[in-house]
Write a protein that binds this ligand. Sequence first.
Ligand code: GLC
Length: 590
Amino acid sequence: MSLSSNAFEDNQVQRAWWKEASVYQIYPSSFKDSNGDGFGDLGGVIEKLDYIKTLGVDIIWLCPIYQSPQVDMGYDISNYKEIDARYGTMDDVDDLIAGLHARGLKFLMDLVVNHTSDQHEWFQQSRSSKDNTYRDWYIWRDPKYDSQGNRQPPNNWSSYFGGSAWEYDSASNQYYLHLFDKTQPDLNWECEEMRSAVYETVRWWLNKGVDGFRLDVINLISKDQSFPDATVLDANQLYHHGCEHYANGPRIHEYLQELGGILDSYNAFSVGEMPWVSDPEEILKVVGYDRKELNMIFNFDIVDMDHGASGKFSPKDWQMSDLKSIVSKWQTFMYGNGGWNALYLENHDQPRTVSRWASDSAEHRTLAAKMFATFLGLQSGTVFLYQGQELGMSNIPEHWEMSEFRDLETLNHWDELCEIRPDDKDLQVITKQQYHIKSRDNARTPMQWNSDNHAGFTTGDPWFRVNDTYDICNAASQVGVPGSPFEYWRAILALRKQMLDIFVYGDFNIIDAEHEDIFAYTRTFKGHTVLVACNFRQHDVDWKLPTDMKLDELLISNYAGAEIDEGIVRMRAFEAFAYIQKDHASLSRL
Ligand code: GLC
């Protein structure tokens, strides 16, 4: 095993402020309610700025707060330059920006420009007639007719939220494309005026003081203009996943260069959501340092690891070997090729990690949360933490009924299943279990601030039920309390800053790649090495320390420190640690 194995032995990675930063994601509806209406709002975010600062992040990313009918929780925007009354006013945004900047924090808005709401003025105009100047701002196509003369959608693509991706408009006898809900029509990026309007919006927000954007499903904006049918993988389905025709489609890099040029001229931060693309060369075209498209992207390889053959809500056991090869692939590829990783395990679309991949039992939840903090937080890339992750929040409890769920994706899936397979009770039971593991709602329950009524989230009626765990898992019982997940995350983020060269700019090597229980890696900078090891199991695992590794100086651990006897480390349930190798470095020199 070699410790400094790659081409970047001299650690010539380009330095940049956005590489050194960590991001805290806020789901505004569920963060903090300041006016008692049951929905989180901007006033609530402002109230909690000191909490966020204490954690040690540098940037907040706020999920969409624009005017919206809220069919998809704000990812259906009806006006890019107005704030939804649910969240507050433009004055609140100004106050938020001022409050953030006063604390040295930066602000990312969520830019949703693959689609708008069908309530957006642009779409209202577009659908009003075929001759309207906005007609071409969306994607309209004529129907197809089958051999019986029945009208059919232009192709067989499915929507991610169920059914066909095309909605019929009887007034014009055409269909419009919506990759998501039918109330979220896709914008036509082929149309130059539309693109100019998007770019103008981006500038408008940057001029207002926003420091960058998270760009929603940005790799879907360029579609193959012949709109070919998707490959049929499951003949029992009516509609099919057409991503091969629009994920990183034909003109994606042209559009991203246009957008990236604007962002670069403001030195703005950019992270693009990029599902269904895993080809490193293709992704490098987006995140290559000199290409000036985007700084980094959210790749889905890890979070899709447990999606089964029939999609997200079908079961699949993930293997440690899968996780190791994914992490190793991206860590080394980006490092060696001038790209950059966005590190994440949770967000508003993903469930809680402790429940999904470890244990949320009273005995293990806290340990597991800290193990994942070590695993993720010491890798190479920009760290993204989702609200509540710093507390080790867990999925919604198994006894919650379907009537408690709120998420469009889950509810549409359930309705479709009950309609198509009404008598298949076994499948229904299995699918419900899968919702409890993977539904987006797991991450969307209100933030648990304290053990008061409704977890201190609101004084009113919360829009979404508070997780039953709030009395044992909340911020008040963790901030300033040694050993809590919050304090552990804080220490991890501080360590990244304190040892920037190693943890931000150091290279990555996986250790003991075949081991089924222990995830171990090193970070090395100019010969200085840190060993990180994580036990992913809830039982003891005896791990043979690689012969060229030593446990010299403990940097961080979720136990008091490792137990080692004759070269064997007894890794306890979900134990994680990082040790600096004395032979390789002295901490003070870094
Ligand atoms: C992204 C968002 C998700 C939303 C979808 C459609 O995946 O993260 O929440 O539903 O895009 O905008």
